[in-house]
Design a protein around this ligand. Sequence first.
Ligand code: SF4
Length: 752
Amino acid sequence: MASEKTACILCSRNCGLTVELDNGKFVKIQGDDQHPITKGYICQKAARLEYYQNHDDRLGQPLKRQADGSFAPISWDLALQEIAEKLNHVKQSYTGNAFAFVGGGGQGNHWGGMYSRQLLSAMNSRFIYTALAQEKTGDIWVNGRLFGNQTCHTTEDIEHADYVLFIGTNPFQAHGIVNSRDTLKALQKDPNRTMVVIDPRVSETAKMADIHLQLKPSTDAYLMLAMLAIIVREGRHDKGFLTIHCTGFDSIEKELLEIDIEDYAQRADVPLELVQKVARGFATAKNACVRVDLGTQHSLHTTLNAYLEKLLYLVTGNFAKKGGNNLHTSMIPLVSHTDERKKGIRTAKHKMFPIGGLYPPNILPDEINHSGEDRIRAVWVDSANPVLTYADSKAYTTAFQQLDLLVVVDVAMTETARLAHYILPAASQYEKVEASGFNLEFPENLFHLRHPLFPPFKEALPEPEIYTRLLEKMGILPTTFPVLTKIAALEPKITARLGYMAALKILFSRKPNLQKYGSSILYRTLGTTLPKNMEAAAPLLGLTLSYTHKYYEAVKKVVYKGNKRTLGNELFNAILANKSGVIISKHKFEDIWTFLKTPDKRIHLEIPEMISELRQLATEDLTNPDFPFILMAGERRSYNANQIYRDVAWRKTDPKGVMRMHPEDAQELDIANGDEVICQSNIGRITVFVEIDKSVRRKMVSLPNGYGSRFRNGEAIGPQLNMITPSSHCETFTKTPFHKYLPVKITKLIET
Ligand code: SF4
């Protein structure tokens, strides 16, 4: 039995794990005490990872769709040759606009993304559609305006905050913060600290809170505006901070002074005294921070919510300080910056622009069905299951059936894979070099490169090999780089690597087009000098050199060896050697001001689009008599996760994914606990089982995400939420779906 180090891949925390392996299986999974951030912490979900690693839907060989709709095995060589020819045909016949890439990552598999994105360049396409763009682009866009660039991202220092606002988030179940349950318990126990939860449901976190504001679904914007108005009207804003570090406060102040606080508290259905208490407590706390999640991001006013939660900590000066909200550095940037005013970046049908470089999945079916010559004709799906996890499953199914080419790269036979022309089996996250790009910590940041624990399943290949071979087949990449390979192999390693990077630079200056395929070139050349099975880690050298160049002093504090020339290589070695992950930098709080990308290094508070939207709130009317209930879709529970668990046996509780309903609503509709009911939106209906539960508000129901897979091509088990989520039910600006505010009708299922 072997003992190894790795990480959990079920949520963005990627807790460190110590695992025992036997005969290709996980036999014991525990927290890794050596992990620099999680230090042994895990939740109950990690213990079930064997259900991800070994199950009957694993793909073990490339498959090609036959004329009768069935799949037949095909060799890797032939599959990639045929796909390469078809992709080249699409590119030559219709330009890059005809190609879209979907997915390319997940909660813990970002390393493959370094390789897969090269395909977009090879296809001259910019169209990448990812889950981030159905959740976080409102936040990303606001960051771009406030801090000068969409790559700026804030984190929250909950462990050191005296006052914490959790808005639309249930970290006890959804995690997303450092060692969530321990952090929440510490907050709860300390009489000098205050935990406030703003959530329509009495969630597990709300039960631990000092104050719970159980607002009506999707009224967060009203509540936050009421709080901001109270703070400003009572002069509790941080005038010194605003004068020195921000511009545009005068315009914000003017708007806030106009807010009818009482009316807004009433719209949120929260007692005014409680709103005042929280606003005052937050503004006067020594350190305070705000944590939000999908509850505000999948709600009405997605982008405005992002703006307002940031104003809460900025107006009170809780930024760039211990216990506040802070910008942080990143080793792998997950998003880029895009200016929506740039020409030539909009989609054909919706004329949608990218945010952070990403396009929203809500519009993809329309971009495929579009009648124009500039429609999307070929789609490449990697590590994603859009048919099940993006809004409007039927629209996705119909659109994907229209495509000239659909290729799916995945570890499992998913609902999307069943529609593909070619299915390429990927090695699981424990069968290859992997890493998470969610290194979002401050002041100490971490990077965890995970080593393979098992050989790839049957003929499955890691993404670095799949994409490199494909680029070679497409004629984009030469198959050898003899000079680079020779220099990389020279001894001693450190000078050889520096010589290698210099030679690579020369190659890129001579052939600039090759720069876009740097990951594969590093893999094929420098990779040959790395330990066996670690070849795909080669692009890390480029990342560590760039990171140490940008943050030399901060890296120097944790990696003691090395000077300005060599520190990047030392960091590379440290990451490669340490299987539990390493701290890569240690910053000072004042460094945060250097992370700002605004030309004047100040935060630009005035965003005209947001001010215009907040003015419209006063007249909004949300009543909808045809669909009297609001479904909050995607509740996080003890045994739901992202869609990578396909075998329902992984769940210890809630096998059916029940719908929570308030007892009085159930009584009114003559529904008993455990009854099967129809949950119907304006595009479809699903049947679900009811759990009567007074944790939800009246006229609100709640369903979990992560259900509805058809394991072994059988019946879907649990709610297939996206059968009832219309893609048009989204924010006009970002196209983010309103999954937390879906008007539905509930009727008892009558057996006939
Ligand atoms: S699900 Fe999240 S919090 Fe739980 S062990 Fe995995 S990474 Fe950690």
